[in-house]
Every structure is written in C-alpha cells, then in structure tokens.
Design a binder for this molecule. Structure first.
Ligand SMILES: *Cc1c(COP(=O)(O)O)cnc(C)c1O
Length: 237
C-alpha cells in the first residue's frame, strides 16, 4: 500500500473512532476537532494528510513548525492547513511562531502569556491560546498548577491581543485507560468550575486532551480537540 493510501485509510479510521466516541458522549463529530500531530513525519506524509482532507496540523517543537509551515505555505482561506503548536514554547521563539500558528495549546506560564500578548500586539495578530495545566503534578512537566488558575483569571481578562479559548492537558501516563479517564474527568471538572467564575472575555470552551492511546476516552469525557499523531501514520514506514 502506498503512503498516501495508508494515511488516507488511517485518517478515515481515526475520524470514525472520533465520531463514535462523540456519539457516546451525546455530541456531534463536528464538535470535536482532530489536530494531526506531524512531529514523526516529513513533508510527503504531511502533504498526503492534507490531500486526504486534514486541515488542522500540530507540531510540538516551534522550529519544526516554522520549517514545515513554510514548506507547506502559510495559512489562508484556500484550504491551506491551520497550524497548532502543542509543545513547549520558549519566549524567544514567540515572535517567529505567532504568524504561523493560529493556535498555541501549550501556554504554561504568565511570563509566556505576557510575551505572546506583547508580540501579538506588535504583529497585529490575535493568537488563540489554551492554558496548559499540569494535571499529574509531576514537576518535570510543563503547565500551570490547577490551583494557580482561578486567582489569575482577572489578570487574564486584561489581555487585549491574546484570545484565551480553553485548557490543555497531557494524561499522566499512557497505558492505563482508567487512570486517563479519571484524569480527563477531573480536568473537565476543573474547567467547568473555572468557567463559572471566569470573566466574559476569558473563554474556557475548548478542552484539548487525548492522544493516539486515549483520544476516545478523552472525547467521552468532553474533549473538544484531540491531538493525534502515531495513529495517523501507522504502516507508512
Ligand atoms: C506527540 C504529541 C501528541 C501526539 O501523540 P501520539 O501519541 O503520537 O498521538 C499530542 N500532544 C502532544 C503535546 C505531543 O507532543
């Protein structure tokens, strides 16, 4: 089977699984966005994915996003994909990233958020961002501590150029779906509590959670964005 055929078949299978999981949670498939994480593959595979109809792409490293987005063409209205940065963003890389990435899922500190605000104002763009929360409490992982967020809401509300749209998390560890489900349910509970007290211009509607090993469970627990990499590229090497 050609790489194009394998990717197209994988994409169809992942979309079907998304739609089945959405139905189990009483939602439409269109309420869950698939972000195809392309960090394992090169341009030919990404082009195959786009040709197969995938329009939202993600990278975890800023430099790779720059290179792949430039090679593919910057976002426009003619079917060129939208890029999501899903991994850690260093402050000195914000200015080069914002023109290319419509979404940043991985805003993990106030200092980073302030830098995004400053650069977005200077570039005249309006990045959509998610606040990454460290749900596992592992100090080697990035993200706000859950308890930090509520006191910061008034400060978030002062942002003029950045649009806060929701929260993002990584499940504690892959493998145990029951643990993942509990993590996702707790995370959604945190989002629901914060949303009740959030100022009007701080939207927490988006929940980015779930990867290849656990995206169906994440959708059942309320994910609006799933970040899927390896499941899309099986059988391509
Ligand atoms: C790599 C990565 C993914 C996708 O992982 P898979 O298990 O390959 O689906 C999702 N989110 C982030 C932040 C990643 O770095």
């Amino acid at each position: 089977m050609s790489v194009l055929d394998a990717i197209s078949r994988n994409l169809t299978a992942v979309r079907q699984r998304i739609s089945d999981a959405a139905a189990r949670s009483g939602r439409q498939a269109s309420q869950v966005r698939l972000i195809a994480v392309t960090k394992y593959v090169g341009l030919p595979e990404i082009k195959a994915l786009v040709a197969a109809g995938c329009r939202e792409l993600g990278e975890s490293r800023p430099q790779e996003l720059w290179e792949k987005a430039a090679a593919l063409g910057t976002p426009d209205s003619s079917g060129t994909p939208t890029w999501h940065l899903v991994g850690h963003l260093q402050r000195n890389k914000v200015r080069r990233t914002l023109p290319l990435a419509a979404w940043v899922h991985s805003v993990d500190s106030v200092r980073l958020l302030d830098e995004i605000e400053t650069q977005a104002a200077s570039l005249g763009c309006r990045p959509r961002v998610l606040l990454e929360v460290n749900v596992s409490g592992d100090s080697t992982k990035h993200g706000f501590a859950a308890a930090q967020l509520e006191p910061l809401l008034p400060r978030f509300a002062e942002l003029r150029s950045v649009a806060i749209r929701g929260l993002m998390c990584m499940a504690a560890r892959e493998g145990d779906l029951d643990v993942a489900r509990r993590n996702f349910a707790d995370f959604r509970g945190l989002r629901d509590r914060l949303r009740r007290v959030a100022p009007e211009n701080v939207s927490l509607d988006e929940l980015s959670m779930g990867m290849s090993g656990d995206f169906e469970v994440a959708i059942e627990e309320g994910a609006t964005m799933v970040r899927v990499g390896s499941a899309l590229f099986e059988g391509t090497d």
